[in-house]
Design a protein around this ligand. Structure first.
Ligand code: R5P
Length: 300
């Protein structure tokens, strides 16, 4: 087995490799003055099972192109199989056409993955359970929820607590976590997003609240969903808010919005690299490398 990393999240690739007792194999990346990319594998892949670790987070398009070139390089140099580990799957929020005239962007990426010879994809905490339907190659969907359950248990604050999803789309997620935590009660916030401006508003809460809330979501982009949810919970009598989110795809202003939010602590995973300049006091990063490595070894 050979493991390669794109440039998107080398620290995660190194951690996964370590769990698998492998090294990250060398690749030469070169960007020409006009912006074109060239990749060259610096090891022999003939008859090898290759793993490529490449979350397709920002810069999304560039990271996808790197993945496509790496996969194609593996296959055209004789690799037996290519497994793409894409813990954060870019374009997953564009999984269908919302308005006439749009492209089904995620479908384009899936077709491209299949076209370059990727045999299997491993993803983490997808935005929608419909996404696996778009793949004609095996897709393994791992989750950070067991990791979050452990972190919540470690806080030792289960009493007087409730799980909260900041939008109805997260209800399935929250039910799974509730089960992992001995049927901890849950509530959900009704969030509405203007499809044109992206602005969100949240006003209704379904379910009984408690002194403490654990907000759970799949991703943070602008940070506004979390900030608005935490504020709404506080207005409704919640005294302490903790946040557990898988993908920290922090946009420029997100760290500040989150640090200034009513949340006490924000847990994210390392599915996406959080650069030093985007770290903030309330942030805590837990690794999903173990979960991914276990999946790769138990179902090679
Ligand atoms: C939306 O449905 C997702 O589950 C997240 O809640 C959303 O993408 C977070 O975005 P932002 O941080 O920009 O509010």
């Amino acid at each position: 087995m050979i493991l390669f990393s794109g440039t998107s999240n080398k620290p995660l690739a190194e951690k996964i490799a370590k769990h698998l007792h492998l090294d990250v194999s060398p690749v030469e990346f070169h960007t020409f003055p006009d912006g074109e990319l060239r990749v060259k594998l610096d090891v022999d892949v003939v008859d090898q099972d290759c793993i490529i670790v490449q979350p397709t987070s920002t810069p999304v398009d560039a990271n996808y192109v790197e993945l496509f070139f790496l996969a194609d390089a593996c296959k055209s140099n004789g690799a037996k199989s290519v497994t793409a580990v894409i813990p954060y799957l870019g374009y997953q929020r564009q999984d269908h056409i919302f308005r006439i005239g749009e492209s089904a962007s995620l479908h384009v990426m899936v077709k491209s993955m299949e076209a370059v010879g990727i045999d299997r994809v491993v993803v983490c905490d997808l935005h929608s359970i419909k996404i696996p339907e778009f793949f004609h190659i095996p897709l393994t969907h791992v989750s950070a929820l067991p990791l979050f359950a452990e972190e919540i248990k470690k806080l030792n604050l289960l009493e007087n607590s409730v799980l909260v999803t900041p939008d109805m789309g997260g209800i399935r997620r929250i039910k799974i976590l509730s089960e992992l935590l001995g049927n901890l009660p849950y509530a959900s916030i009704e969030k509405n997003r203007d499809l044109k401006t992206g602005e969100i508003e949240a006003s209704n809460i379904e379910g009984k609240l408690a002194k403490r809330a654990f907000i759970v979501d799949d991703m943070i982009s602008s940070g506004k969903t979390i900030a608005i949810a935490a504020e709404l919970l506080e207005k409704n009598g919640v005294e302490e808010v903790y946040v557990f989110v898988t993908h920290a795809i922090f946009s420029k202003e997100a760290p500040q919005i989150l640090q200034n939010s009513k949340a006490i602590k924000i847990f994210v995973t390392d599915s996406v690299v959080v650069p030093k300049e985007k770290e903030f006091e309330k942030l805590s990063i837990v690794s999903i490398s173990d979960i991914i490595a276990k999946e790769l070894t138990s179902n090679p």
